[in-house]
Write a protein that binds this ligand. Sequence first.
Ligand code: G3P
Ligand code: MG
Length: 234
Amino acid sequence: MKKMTCFAHRGASGHEPENTLLAIQKAIELGAEWIEIDVFPVENELVVIHDDLLDRTTNGKGSVLQSSLKYLRSLDAGKGEQIPYLNEVFDAIGSRAKLNIELKWIDTAERVVRMIKRYIDHHGWTYDRILVSSLFFDEVKKAKLLQPKILTAPVFLGPPPSDFIQTAKDLDAYSLTMDVDYINSAIVEQAHQMGLKVFVFTVNTAEDIEKMKNIGTDGVFTNYPELLSMQIPS
Ligand code: G3P
Ligand code: MG
């Protein structure tokens, strides 16, 4: 059985405030191969935060999309950290890990693709180190159409629809991002037969990681990347 791929979910969010540069730094220290973060488009920037409301993860209030950048950057996202911009995440990672950018809103793909191009053209990034994913399949599709070399993944929250394989094939996706509560070996097998990798969120115990390994998934999103660093290839 091969070693499973580790995606540090919102960075090493079990240890540091989620979606902050501290969480990203910690994920790298803990040996995560991939770092997953969430982005929203605000004014002319891409901001890294999970919820569409500020209240849970910052000392601010209200809607992310309706806030000014000035306000967003004045907030504490935990331990005194600012809400990062996507370019700061690219810079913080450098050559030390791969990056999964989850698009949390519509009209985000084009800007993200532009930024990816910049980091590939000028900062040593390569297409195999970036994965663009979203619950918004139109955004996934747009990213792929704008730059076919970009690896993409639809995110399925809850039970996958019966046509999930067709959806992924239509998107020309690299992988599927699947909900841990609705994954099973039949789904994994179907995906593998079509050449799709299966990555599962969110898996935070050694026991569940073992389960995911046993049903053949290719990797997991976890708040605790050290759980994957400890795995012994068998
Ligand atoms: O992309 C995997 C996972 O991050 C999807 O769920 O809600 O944590 O962004 P969520
Ligand atoms: Mg996410």
